[in-house]
Design a protein around this ligand. Structure first.
Ligand code: PSU
Ligand code: MN
Length: 306
């Protein structure tokens, strides 16, 4: 009989950390496979691993390989996920059973990674930016499955806010409906990924890892299931020039529309186009903000304890 054990493999190092109360920080693989080019994506994954270890935590990159959901990956699997020569699918909740059943390999999105965190009992997860309500969603109905998963998984998710390829205001509205607190980390407003500000006020703020940990404890002690979104602004010195980024986003969105892009292709297409048209500058910002999120995430994992 197939059971959870057939499909889930929590790597030894991660399993023992969870058992011994060593803080664990989960990482998603879609940013590696679909969000950045090779070899910068591989270097980024290695850097995140180092940052989390140096902070005294154990990293757990989540991905699907040969029909198994891995929590923690070895070097061979990491190379495969980062390679631009291997077909790696993008796995959200909808895709998970299909990829597992077919023995496929895939990179997990925020939603796919949250499922793994929930199954393994990991409370902190670091990413770049979450998916949300797309601009024009009133017509397209394109709303990321990330929001549904954030509503139910007990995990603190550290992101650099929400990228302006999305409708930030509508995304915040849905997060409110779903009961997901968005906590500005050292800020009163929602960061917009490449830039520190969006002009949208948040109702919660934390200035230390301990303050975030207190919110986590309060939420889950009351069985208020679901995530806490920690919105950590990109460090000032790595901020992108907002005019250039916004032009690139506008252009990418209209190109996606003209090409009739649908479903899970939309976000990777728009991300790749923005990266291409801003050349290396957006990629550099992207790398810097994820590293910063890893530092903050490790701090929160330690403050929360096991
Ligand atoms: N936003 C970003 N960078 C990313 C993603 C979103 O700024 O890499 C990725 C994440 O993996 C996220 C996914 O979970 O895209 C959302 O895809 P969709 O919009 O198809 O739900
Ligand atoms: Mn979508």
């Amino acid at each position: 009989m197939n059971s959870l054990k057939t499909y889930l493999r929590v790597h030894d190092e991660v399993a023992s950390a969870l058992r011994d109360g060593v803080p664990v920080v989960a990482l998603e693989s879609t940013i590696i496979s679909h969000g950045m080019p090779y070899p910068q994506n591989l270097e980024c994954a290695q850097r995140l691993d180092e940052i989390i270890r140096e902070a005294g935590c154990i990293p757990a990159l989540v991905a699907v390989d040969e029909g198994v959901l891995h929590v923690g990956v070895d070097e061979v699997l990491l190379e495969k996920l980062a390679s631009d020569k291997v077909e790696v699918s993008k796995v959200s909740r909808r895709d998970m059973p299909v990829v597992l059943a077919s023995g496929g390999t895939g990179a997990t999105t925020v939603s796919g990674t949250l499922i793994a965190c929930h199954l393994a009992g990991i409370r902190v997860f670091v990413t770049g930016g979450i998916g949300g309500v797309h601009r024009g969603a009133d017509e397209s109905f394109d709303i990321s499955a990330d929001l549904e998963e954030l509503a139910v998984s007990d995990v603190a998710v550290v992101s650099a806010g929400v990228k302006a390829i999305l409708d930030l205001e509508k995304t915040l509205e849905v997060l409110e409906t779903k009961g997901v607190p968005v906590v500005g980390y050292g800020t009163d407003e929602l960061p917009a990924f490449y830039t520190r500000k969006s002009g949208l006020k948040l109702v919660a703020r934390a200035d230390s890892p301990e303050e975030v940990a207190e919110i986590m404890k309060a939420k889950w002690s009351l069985n208020l299931h679901g995530s806490i979104l920690v919105a950590n602004p990109i460090p000032e010195e790595h901020e992108a020039e907002s005019g250039q980024i916004n032009n690139a986003i506008e252009e990418a969105l209209s190109l996606a529309y003209q090409k009739g892009m649908k479903g899970k292709e939309v976000t990777p297409f728009v991300l790749a186009h923005v990266a291409k048209s801003t050349s290396n500058s957006s990629l550099k910002s992207n790398l810097a903000l994820v590293e910063h999120n890893a530092r903050v995430g490790a701090g929160i994992a330690k403050a929360y304890g096991a």
